[in-house]
Design a protein around this ligand. Structure first.
Ligand code: MG
Ligand code: ZN
Length: 350
């Protein structure tokens, strides 16, 4: 009998004693928009045959089709990953029965998590919006901005300030976001002591990284991680390499590669963070492939890649899912993109 009591003490001690602390893992979901296997391959070879993705432990494949289309868009796929439902292309956070669905960001917030979003597009673009908005059209940017102003978000970095300040309803949402310290530079973001901090990198969409004026994604990631790390609570953070997709739409291989490399550097920064913070699950995936990109030829010398595109749109090819950290193993296999939500939910609910 004594043994039984003793044993149960051992088993329950960590849960009872540290229940309010970081027992749930941090979750960092990194989405390369339009980042199929060929985008990764081209980026890897052009980077001297190296990618941060080689350090991941488990790999899965995600089926990206939406409810109404074999070829998804970022809204339907973002909603699938954020909330676990297949919906119509163009729809964010609403299922096919016209009901609003809760996102993993909102659910994790209810479970005591802090939350962060970073994108290299505007913060109201379809992928980041999937984590806080519910709209029938991804193009309703002003409505999405309003929903973000009322959302559970604690930290954000992205473009699109004009959707908050130059509005048809004449409201200035930034003034209404009283809990937030909205800053104008990364150094101010780093110094802010406010409980919620946001940085608009651009009035509209950010430029491409090769223009040399955009904040490298890895720096934005470091800044948000530093803020999240100040608190003892676990966190959910979504990081999007938004413009890998835009390079694909433009059938511009060097655009794809430079955006992939920016994203790859951010992945490395996240992996470095997990060395001191092992209770962090990292998931890297894509919402779909863009461009029907392939590498029909190249040169082995210097790993020179010569790419080809088969469309200016998206394709239905499965996309990889790389995971590392606690519960990483549950992401191996082949599954629908909705399972990415379901698997993250398991981690949050544990
Ligand atoms: Mg996107
Ligand atoms: Zn696209």
């Amino acid at each position: 009998m004594k043994k039984v009591i003793l044993l149960s003490c051992i088993i329950f001690f960590p849960i009872n004693s540290f229940g309010q602390e970081k027992t749930q893992p941090n979750i960092i979901l990194m989405i390369g928009d339009g980042m199929g296997l060929t985008q990764i391959t081209a980026g890897m070879y052009s980077n001297g045959n190296k990618t941060a993705l080689e350090d991941f432990t488990f790999i899965g494949l995600s089926k990206t089709h939406s409810h109404n289309s074999l070829v998804t868009d970022s809204a339907a796929s973002g909603t699938a990953m954020a909330s676990g439902v297949k919906t119509m292309n163009g729809v964010i956070g609403i299922n096919i029965k016209n009901q609003k669905v809760k996102s993993i960001l909102e659910i994790s917030k209810e479970k005591g998590y802090q939350t962060g979003l970073i994108a290299t597009s505007s913060i109201v673009h379809a992928t980041p919006a999937s984590f806080y908005a519910n709209v029938l059209s991804r193009k309703e940017y002003q409505k999405i901005a309003f929903q973000m102003s009322e959302s559970d978000l604690d930290y954000f970095i992205g473009g699109g300030q004009k959707h908050f300040t130059k509005r048809n309803d004449k409201r200035n949402l930034l003034q209404e976001m009283e809990d937030f310290d909205i800053v104008s530079s990364l150094s101010r973001f780093n110094k802010s002591q406010a409980p919620k901090v946001g940085l608009f990198t651009n009035r509209d969409e950010p430029t491409r990284i090769s223009d040399g004026i955009r904040i490298p994604l890895k720096d934005a990631v470091s800044s948000v991680l530093n803020q999240l790390d100040k608190d003892r609570k676990p966190f959910f953070m979504m990081v999007e390499g938004s413009q890998i997709d835009w390079g694909g739409h433009a059938n511009d291989m060097s655009y794809v590669i430079s955006e992939f490399n920016d994203f790859n550097d951010a992945i490395q920064t996240v992996l470095d963070f997990t060395k001191d913070h092992p209770n962090t699950l990292v998931i890297v995936t894509a919402d779909h492939e863009t461009g029907g990109f392939s590498i029909p030829k190249g040169k082995i010398k210097n790993f020179r890649v010569e790419g080809a595109f088969s469309t200016i749109g998206h394709t239905a090819t499965m996309v990889p899912v790389f995971t590392k950290g606690p519960s990483a193993e549950i992401f191996s296999g082949i599954y629908d993109n909705t399972s990415i939500f379901k698997k993250m939910l398991k981690v949050v609910n544990q």
